[in-house]
Design a protein around this ligand. Structure first.
Ligand code: ZN
Ligand code: ZN
Length: 591
């Protein structure tokens, strides 16, 4: 190669570097994905000053011979990737070619690599080869990238704050670890350990190693499939929620991707179980025939297109929602933590606790390993149990006899059971009973209608009127018979017998509002909301005088519900203090 040619190559690399190397995380991505491709089982990433001073990647992969080592720093075309789909057939994660050359053009790169016999040591500064010699023969590759952008200082300015860069690298390594549970990852910054996973091959353990005990012990395992897609992984109980979507990890055929539709489907599964502004911790693995997906090959994006997306979304939503309904909440009551769906404030507290944990984590490697092991066996048992517990627990509560003793604040029933004290929210409990009853009759299409003595006429805005008119059929399926009645006016002539006397108008208006407020009409959600509304409106209210006899009836029906623990909107219905807990609180027992 002539000198001129080399010069132009360096220039080209410097220019290309601007595209490939835009942040520390993209350099880390290139290096670590090379390590994964080399079949490494253990990958250590050490940063100094968030990677601006040093990015070191040590792996135990196959290493390179002398020729390949040199070649890896030269620009070579990536033309072998001719169309997007090819990416999944080439068994690599990213696309190489220019990346290493670009990185070497704007930093000082030092690489030692060996396939096990003799090793190669290469040192390059600003794209110029300084050293190329024999080196020791540890199998694998160690590559150091020092002083990134030292020769293009203008580029340095594009980097975000040290903290942001580090956060990006951390998020990237965590996602890689979740998608490669067989590989052990370590990430340090200024000698502080930030991420460590053991490469155990156990996904729940990786979740434990990344998110800690609070999260991992509150996960639910999921597993399902349709004709085209297999889904599996873990979802968190709604007691663990985050303020960002970034912990919804989606892994398709072993590759971390982001896709709004899939995120939406996950969120839908949590519908009723969490506030809209909070997001769950989820590790969802989707496996499918590669021909059904299409990956955007832009290096910084991980977007993906799915064929038969609707069926996939439905599968995800249903699997999550069933898993939550089936395993949730039951366990919590047993543990005397009665809040199933946390309030916003609580969710934030949990979040802060978690964040705190992460920041304080500066243990040495060996300490961490021991700790993780101890905790983890507990996690495994907890998560496995929570799937079994529902059956037993349901039997237990069905046979529970609750004797109401008093009603305080015209809202809370104080009851005694065999094992201690129970507080029951009279409205929430009654609403749950009515919700299940109404839902059952709706599903069995056993809806009795009654004519309104005085038909209810409701005047609407033009746009609201159009929406309502479109859903006359939907309304009829619930037993509301509506007709057009002049300009922008609807008349309701019949309603289901479920409605509580004296609250008919209020309930009907509320149901119409549900249609008007629905942004994208979704039948399943809508049905649920209507039934929750009807149940709410036909139940005794808070602040309403009821007799102990009425309370006894509510308690009897409540324990027979499929989910006696929550109202139709996810609020708790019942709080239990066991005899033991009472004794503990009054210091009659000491532990
Ligand atoms: Zn209510
Ligand atoms: Zn409610």
């Amino acid at each position: 190669m002539s000198k001129i040619h080399v010069m132009s190559d360096i220039l080209a690399n410097k220019i290309a570097a601007g595209e490939v190397v835009e942040k520390i995380a993209s350099v880390v991505k290139e290096l670590v994905e090379n390590s994964i491709d080399a079949g490494s089982k253990k990958i250590i990433v050490n940063l100094k000053e968030s990677g601006t001073k040093l990015i070191e990647v040590i792996d135990d992969g196959s290493g390179m011979d002398k020729e390949d080592a040199l070649l890896s720093f030269q620009r070579h075309a990536t033309s072998k990737i001719s169309k997007e789909d090819d990416l999944f057939f080439i068994n690599t994660l990213g696309f190489r070619g220019e990346a290493l050359a670009s990185i070497a053009a704007v930093s000082k790169v030092d690489m030692k690599t060996s396939q096990g016999s003799d090793g190669t040591h290469i040192h390059i500064e600003g794209g110029k080869l300084i050293t190329n010699e024999k080196s020791d023969a540890r199998k694998g590759t160690t590559i150091k990238v020092e002083d990134l952008f030292y020769n293009t200082p203008a580029r340095l300015k594009y980097l975000k704050s040290l903290q942001t860069e580090l956060a990006n690298v951390t998020a990237f390594i965590e996602k890689l670890a979740l998608s490669h549970e067989n590989i052990s990852f370590t990430l340090t910054n200024n000698d502080n350990k930030i991420v460590y996973t053991s490469g155990s091959g156990d996904l729940l353990k990786v979740i434990h190693e990344i998110y800690g005990y609070t999260v991992s012990s509150n996960m639910i395992e999921i597993n399902n499939s349709n004709d085209d897609y297999d889904i599996s992984g873990y979802i968190c109980k709604p007691t663990i929620l985050k303020s960002t979507k970034s912990h919804m990890n989606v892994i398709v055929n072993g590759r971390v991707v982001s896709n709004n539709q899939v995120n939406k489907a996950i969120n839908e599964g949590y519908f009723k179980f969490k506030p809209d502004i909070k997001y769950p911790v989820v590790v969802l693995k989707i496996d499918t025939d590669p021909t059904l997906i299409d990956v955007n090959i832009h290096p910084s994006k991980n977007d993906i297109k799915f064929s038969k997306l609707d069926a996939l979304s439905e599968l995800i939503t249903k699997t999550i929602s069933d898993a939550l309904t089936n395993t949730l909440l039951v366990k919590e009551v047993e543990e005397k933590a009665p809040m199933q769906t946390p309030t916003y404030e609580e969710a934030i507290v949990v979040e802060e606790l978690l964040t705190d944990d992460n920041n304080n984590e500066q243990l040495t490697l060996t300490q961490e390993v021991v700790e993780t092991k101890d905790n983890y066996s507990d996690v495994k048992i907890k998560v496995e149990e929570s799937s079994k517990v529902r059956e037993n627990k349901n039997e237990e509560i069905r046979n529970l006899v609750l004797e109401p003793k008093a009603i305080i604040k015209k809202t809370y029933i104080v009851a005694e059971g065999e094992d201690g004290l129970y507080l029951i929210d009279q409205h929430a409990a009654h609403e749950r009973i009515n919700y299940e009853k109404t839902m059952k009759e709706f599903k069995e299409k056993k809806i009795n209608r009654t004519s309104m003595l005085i038909p209810l006429t409701i005047e609407l805005s033009s746009s609201d009127f159009i929406k309502i008119k479109e859903h006359f059929d939907t309304l009829e399926s619930f037993g509301f018979i509506c007709e057009e009645f002049g300009i922008n006016t609807v008349v309701v002539k019949e309603h289901p017998t479920w409605l509580r006397n004296g609250y008919e108008d209020e309930t009907i208006r509320k149901v119409l509002d549900l249609i008007i407020d629905e942004k994208e009409f979704d039948e399943m959600k809508f049905n649920d909301r209507v039934i929750a509304t009807i149940a709410c409106k036909s139940s005794v209210r808070a602040n309403e005088d009821i007799s102990l006899e009425q309370a006894r009836g509510i308690l009897k029906d409540l324990v027979l519900c499929d989910n006696p623990y929550n109202c139709a909107h996810g609020r708790p219905t019942i709080i239990h203090y066991s005899t033991y807990e009472l004794e503990k609180m009054f210091k009659r027992v000491m532990n």
